[in-house]
Design a protein around this ligand. Sequence first.
Ligand code: ATP
Ligand code: MG
Length: 429
Amino acid sequence: MISILQALSNENIGKSVSVRGWVYRSRSVGKKSFLVIRDSTGIIQAVAEEPNLTPEDFKLASSLTVESSLEVTGTVKEDKRAPGERELLISSLKVYCRNDSFPVAKDKSEDFLLDIRHLWLRSREFTSMLKIRDTVFRSFNDYFYSRGYYQVQGPMMVSTATEGGSTLFKVPFFGQEVNLTQSSQFYLETMIFSLEKVFTVAPSFRAEKSRTWRHLTEYWHAEGEAAWYGNEEMMKEEEGMMDYIISEVTKRNAEDLERAGRDTKKLSSMKSPYQRIPYSKIIDLANEIGLTLKYGDDLGMEEERAVTKRFEKPIFVTDFPVQLKSFYHRPNPENPETVLCHDLLAPEGYGEIIGGGERIWELEVLRRKIRDFGMNEEDYYWYVDLRKYGSIPHSGFGLGLDRLVTWICGLDTIKNAIPFPRTIRRTKP
Ligand code: ATP
Ligand code: MG
């Protein structure tokens, strides 16, 4: 048994091979049946013709519907008209499951297709997306290991909020309530005192009440935290990570990107360094291109969309006003109205994929900000403790992996960048 990709290789021309997989397309013309078979590696056209196989097998081959599973043996032959320029002349076949008609079809509604996402995932488009997603997750890990980081895990059930109360999921917990985590950042911060440089890849949960093309209620969050790093050093680390992930995806997934309609050359050309643009300049730029924004307004999805359409590469937006960012961001000592932070915005209208920056490490500054933000210090006693005992400067970031996949694949919604999207209206399959 070999994979379809292997069956297509030159060395198998003229040889008899066996492959197994699923019927991708089928049609019969006179005394010939064409079965395009797929496996995880590709597709091959297999031809059933009566003198080559028994009348029973020929009948069986001609009756197969899309997504039936089978094993075929046959001789590989060159054929310029076939996909991959090879054809398999079937000599025998074994069918594992002969289907009724497969429910996935082009004319179906989006909701229906989401209901049968467990079957829709077999499409070539999803297969390609899943392969690209695998490279993104794999290369994220590899990059941080190569940079001396340790992988750690925080809890998913927590009693704090990192990003404000409005998107908290509360779940019953033995007669009390617990929150699903919005980010593992605070727990990563605890572990830099043991390991100095740490990362995690875990779900984060946010009760996003509106339906948007870039928000899920459960998403995959890749976070890093590094002792002694300043904001600029963290941005450089992220540039290294982005370059590495993009180079791996373009190397390993060229065909998948092509299927997604993504220009690999264009993606490869987006090498760091990225521009660092202060928030105030982005406000000016937004006004120049016809939006009406004033200093202090948040950059929402639509604003980021309009602004990033102007850029060919990702950009860092820095120096946000204090009130626009969560309480833990460190005020810039040279301009305390702003914080030492960065958002990484993907170009071509995609917008934010990373939020990061320096964390407050001075005890009194943190206490004051917890008060200013109307929060209760006792709830964060352990986070405050980190500033009492051996506190150090440090920085970190949070990357939305599903958003990164959305952008890399050039998709128009984040729902197609994850196998089973969770949104305000969807918890199945
Ligand atoms: P946004 O303004 O788009 O809601 P955010 O400022 O809430 O993003 P952060 O709290 O900084 O985002 O989270 C870090 C990263 O996690 C973001 O840059 C983004 O890539 C990702 N992210 C945040 N919320 C979601 C979500 N609901 N679904 C998918 N990814 C998300
Ligand atoms: Mg948000």
